[in-house]
Design a protein around this ligand. Structure first.
Ligand SMILES: [Zn+2]
Ligand SMILES: [Zn+2]
Length: 147
């Protein structure tokens, strides 16, 4: 995991360069994304920001994320049967593990993945641009709760 403080600084600098006005609400969105604990959905970010800034609109969240996506500063994880989830802490392709019970998503550390990508390149001749690798299961916390 990258240092959330550093990620926040990078995001703020990039958005400022683009002339994006950084209101306290938008900074709050960036802070959540810089840490991306559990890989939040738009709804989750909205709920969190609203506890401090009750007048925040959902559009503010969407707009901030859209811009970060454009700047490759957030990774979007789409799911066919659930909300998109975001990782602004590591905004590049990496494996994820999803708890099917509580929907928490974490980044397992799998150092072998670069070798794996290399092997795929060699076997297929493709130039690999990105990848998507998700593991699904039940997290230790949910297992303790009898799942
Ligand atoms: Zn769980
Ligand atoms: Zn991640």
């Amino acid at each position: 995991m990258s240092d959330p403080e550093k990620r926040l600084t990078v995001m703020i600098d990039k958005l400022r360069d683009r002339g994006f006005r950084l209101t306290p609400q938008r900074i709050a969105v960036l802070k959540i994304l810089a840490a991306s604990a559990g890989h939040p959905s738009v709804e989750r970010i909205y709920e969190q920001v609203k506890t401090t800034f009750p007048t925040t609109s959902l559009a503010t969240i969407y707009k901030t994320i859209a811009l970060l996506k454009e700047l490759n500063e957030v990774l979007e994880l789409g799911f066919s049967d659930d909300s998109n989830r975001y990782d602004g802490n590591r905004p590049y392709p990496h494996p994820h593990i999803v708890c099917m019970k509580c929907k928490e998503i974490i980044d397992p550390d799998i150092p072998l993945l670069s070798d794996f990508t290399e092997e795929v390149t060699q076997k297929t001749g493709y130039r690999i641009l990105k990848h998507r690798l998700d593991f699904f299961g039940i997290c230790p916390k949910c297992q303790d709760n009898g799942e």
